[in-house]
Design a binder for this molecule. Structure first.
Ligand SMILES: [Zn+2]
Ligand SMILES: [Zn+2]
Length: 288
């Protein structure tokens, strides 16, 4: 995929496209009637497949700021790095993050920080070079940043064996053993241009990266939104939102902020960058 790069003041953000699948509406938004999707199928044709499924991207972002090189999320991974998720949940779709990174001119050793927006199984896929704690951290010079509340939510036998496979033991638990995982609990400044801010609801520890440079702003928001339609329909509940009411509140709060600051916005499962616009009293995603 050609890389799309956004410049925010002095910061460069490059999309690295790990993978793409089709996700039927009925599975990902079971409470939303099929006909309610019609206006969004017309408005955002690139976001859908076959009229009944979302085109689900798994995007990661390379962020360059003040000599630092961050990676936001590590995608789906492969049968080698995240076998349960890739083979049992996503039909064997193999992530290509490392090839994307290379074609953007970077090596895994160039990444100094891996920021995990949350610890769901489709955002941590390339954390390790091999599954089952057998490998090494894929980004050998990086500190990995996650959220303590997500660690507490998922580091249990019930959730770490979610869906009958051990994604947690394959991808997240080994980071702690390797001593490279930093768990944060609150808003955290990485430098004068980059701030991690809590955006809970989808998971208790969901976080977004706020980029602020030269009077410009961008929000990289992980799974706060699942596609552009939810920018308008903030009450639509995604199946894996762990606290749906809080997720809705967070969506509205961050949209208020993004609109006020005229910020660029990006969400993991939709391609490219957007902005919030209001049209006849409703808010919409407008692609940049
Ligand atoms: Zn998620
Ligand atoms: Zn996700």
């Amino acid at each position: 995929m050609p890389h799309s790069t956004l410049t925010v003041g002095k910061v460069e953000i490059t999309v690295l496209h790990d993978a793409e699948v089709a996700s039927p509406f009925s599975q990902s938004f079971p409470d939303v009637p099929a006909a309610a999707w019609d206006p969004y199928l017309k408005r955002y044709p690139e976001a859908f497949v076959n009229g009944d499924s979302r085109r689900t991207h798994f995007e990661c972002y390379l962020v360059r700021s003040q000599g630092r090189t961050l990676l936001v999320d590590t995608g789906l991974g492969t049968s080698q790095t995240n076998p349960g998720t890739v083979d049992q949940m996503f039909g064997g779709t193999q992530g290509v993050l490392l090839e994307e990174l290379q074609s953007a001119g970077y090596r895994p050793g160039d990444i100094d920080t891996v920021f995990l927006t949350h610890l769901h199984l489709d955002h941590v896929g390339w954390n390790m070079t091999q599954s089952g704690g057998l490998g090494m951290p894929t980004f050998p010079n990086a500190r990995y940043i996650g959220n303590q509340a997500d660690w507490a939510a998922f580091d249990t036998p019930r959730d770490s064996e979610m869906f009958g496979f051990s994604w947690w033991a394959d991808t997240v638990a080994p980071l702690k053993k390797a001593g490279v995982l930093d768990l944060v609990t609150e808003e955290t400044k990485l430098n004068s241009e980059l701030t991690i801010t809590p955006t809970p609801g989808h998971t208790p520890g969901s976080m977004s990266l706020v980029v602020n440079s030269g009077g410009e702003t961008a929000f990289l928001m992980g799974d706060v939104f699942h596609g552009p339609a939810q920018v308008t329909e903030t009450d639509w509940v995604f199946r894996f939102d762990m606290d749906p009411e809080q997720a809705g509140r967070t969506r509205r709060e961050i949209l208020d902020r993004a609109e006020k600051e005229n910020a660029a916005i990006a969400i993991c499962h939709h391609s490219g960058f957007g902005r919030v616009v209001t049209d006849q009293g409703k808010r919409y995603w407008q692609a940049l």
